[in-house]
Design a protein around this ligand. Structure first.
Ligand code: PEP
Ligand code: MN
Length: 615
């Protein structure tokens, strides 16, 4: 059963409703969407009186849902689930390829396959250590030793590991495994599923070869209802009367599951078809059909594989397939185009953009004067290659993450190498000068320039503190060259999508600088000045949250902020005068011991804070 909450209901009202449901022995799942809050009710809802519920002021409507799966149901979890595996995302538009041999056979074998599939673009490595074989006389996998070999391959290649579990007793051995696979034969091993539900680790749940989609979702439900929300479903072929293929790949599972559930769905064409030469066409069909990923068996020597050689691609065949997968993803519009992204400056912001775009599957080039940082960024996988005149020409998007003066210098030197269909966005803390320079360069060389300022950051600076989710849910201030072109604004939005901003704030350079003088620059200036009282040396033991809040940004990068303050001198002086004037009033009231005046000043401040927070 689901209850739609009316727009405008406040937190307390929702809280009361939830307590009422809980008192009826029901579990609740609350999904707060942009426009609607939905409460999913789990448990025996037969005793709930729908009319009574609908009579409540905050309830818009109540529906009984017939599907027996609740947690997996898209009806009360409308947004796609995005599963994060060591920073790699699957679902919600994020696509990943898992590749590797059916079973781990030796250190050399697993490492050589891992290195070759990684070079072709696979993000995760598969390999079975515990193998479910039809015959007890067949190779059963290397067991614990196989897991060790997988870990070695992970250490050497950086690829997260996907491997199958057959027995919950083996769980201690799987601690370092990144994604635990439940094979087709264990899809309905409910005790195992419950155990996996208690973990906080992604589970790849394969469809049994004689199971319906509803049964697959009910198995997912076993994991989800225990608390583990990171479930990836996998269509891997079902048994039919057909004998030319090992199973029949049920690609209709893709749109059906997409409708029924928010969980990511990937496809395993290898086990579905069982014949290597049929694998690539069906992998491409799965991509076109909207799969969130693929899991494909690749072996360095298929004729001599210990298991499933007949369906394994060679590394060369896989490389060929990987190129086609990219093309199909671009061709079927709903998937994003793989962009070439140039990042100038690998500090906190540039580094975070590099990681975000890379995690979303784009190609990232970077320019950075400190060569050791650039090298480190390439080694750590945040950047593909250094940015030079040639790669600059190929960029769809260029993000300039430098201080304002250096950003203008970059444009002076490099604008002539930028192609006409490139979008250039800067990330400077002030907008007037950089936007003037950017708009002019864009006009001259034909590319598009947009001023930008991400409202994200932490007190620390530098690449080593950068992270892929730095911008998630935050606001990006955008200063476009013109405001009446919806298509252009939409293009900006799509190009920034991998950073996962929560909103774009469209404004002018003048408004930006005036606002930022207050919301950011004054906060830094005041914090930095505040801490200069000699009393600070003894603050320990005498300070709490208010001290911490006021001094948080005193720790700043003085070179950058001095430059930003001077760039925005007029706006900052205006705000500073207001503050000094305001402080003077408090001081006067204190000198005059004027209780009423002081209380009135404080009351006004409090009222204003209440008012602006309510907006
Ligand atoms: C496997 O992935 O190697 C495997 C055994 O798959 P399935 O459970 O789909 O047969
Ligand atoms: Mn296999």
């Amino acid at each position: 059963m689901i209850a739609l909450v009316k727009q405008g209901a406040n937190e307390q009202q929702i809280e009361n409703l939830l307590s009422w449901f809980h008192s009826r022995g029901l579990k609740t799942h609350v999904s707060v969407g942009e426009f609607q809050t939905i409460i999913g009710l789990i448990g025996d809802t037969s005793q709930i009186d729908i009319d009574l519920l609908e009579g409540l002021e905050i309830v818009a409507s109540v529906k009984r849902i017939s599907e027996p799966f609740k947690n997996a149901n898209r009806k009360f979890h409308p947004e796609d689930t995005v599963v994060d595996i060591c920073g790699l995302k699957i679902g919600g538009g994020h696509f990943q390829v898992i590749a590797g041999p059916c079973s781990v056979e030796s250190a050399e074998q697993i490492l050589s396959v891992a290195e070759s599939v990684k070079a072709s673009g696979a993000a995760l490595l598969r390999g079975g250590a515990f193998k479910p074989r039809t015959s007890p006389y067949s190779f059963q996998g290397l067991g614990a030793e196989g897991l060790d070999l997988l870990m070695e391959a992970k250490e050497k290649t950086g690829m997260p590991i996907v491997t199958e579990i057959m027995n919950a007793e083996h769980l201690p051995l799987f601690e370092q495994v990144d994604v635990i696979q439940v094979g087709a034969r264990n899809m309905q091993n409910y005790e195992l599923l419950k155990e996996l539900g208690r973990l906080r680790k992604p589970i790849l749940l394969k469809r049994g070869f004689a199971n319906t989609l509803q049964e697959l979702l009910m198995s997912a439900e076993y994991i989800l209802s225990e608390g583990n929300q990171d479930v990836i479903l996998c269509e891997r072929g079902i048994r039919t009367f057909e004998t030319y293929t090992r199973n029949t790949l049920d690609l209709s599972a893709l749109p059906v599951l997409r409708e029924l559930t928010h969980l990511p769905v990937i496809v395993d064409p290898s086990h579905a078809i069982g014949v290597s030469r049929y694998v690539s066409p069906m992998a491409l069909a799965a991509v076109a059909g909207g799969a969130d990923g693929l899991i494909i068996e690749v072996h360095n020597d298929p004729p001599n594989a210990a298991c499933d050689g007949a369906q394994s691609l060679t590394p060369e065949q896989f490389a060929d397939l990987a190129v086609k997968i990219k093309r199909i993803r671009e061709a079927v519009g709903q998937q994003m185009k793989i962009m070439n992204v140039g990042i100038i400056g690998l500090g906190l912001i540039g580094g975070s953009f590099a990681k975000a775009y890379k995690a979303a599957g784009h190609t990232v080039f970077a320019g950075e004067i400190d060569e050791s940082i650039l090298e480190f960024a390439i080694l750590s996988g945040a950047v593909d290659e250094p940015l030079d005149e040639d790669t600059l020409r190929t960029c769809d998007l260029i993000l300039i993450a430098l201080y304002p003066r250096a950003a203008i210098e970059f444009l002076d030197e490099s604008a002539r190498y930028i192609s006409e269909d490139t979008m250039v966005i800067d990330c400077c803390g002030t907008k007037k000068n950089i936007c003037a320079a950017g708009f002019e360069a864009a006009e001259r060389y034909g590319f598009s320039f947009v001023g930008g300022h991400p409202m994200a950051g932490i007190e620390r600076s530098g690449f080593k503190y950068s992270k892929a989710n730095m911008f998630k849910g935050t606001s990006m201030i955008v200063v476009p060259p013109y405001y009446d072109d919806i298509m252009f604004l939409d293009r900006i939005k799509r190009m920034l999508a991998p950073a996962e901003f929560g909103r774009l704030t469209i404004t002018t350079a003048e408004k930006h600088d005036a606002m930022i003088a207050f919301t950011s620059q004054m906060a830094h200036l005041v914090s930095n000045a505040f801490i200069k009282s000699p009393t600070v040396l003894e603050h320990k033991g005498f300070s709490a949250g208010s001290y911490k809040d006021l001094t948080r940004v005193a720790w700043l990068n003085e070179q950058m902020w001095a430059e930003l303050f001077l760039e925005n001198r007029d706006n900052l002086l205006y705000e500073l005068d207001l503050l000094l004037d305001s402080l003077g009033k408090y001081k006067d009231a204190l000198i005059e011991k004027d209780f009423d005046h002081l209380q009135a000043l404080l009351y006004d401040g409090k009222r204003l804070k209440e008012e602006v927070d309510r907006r």
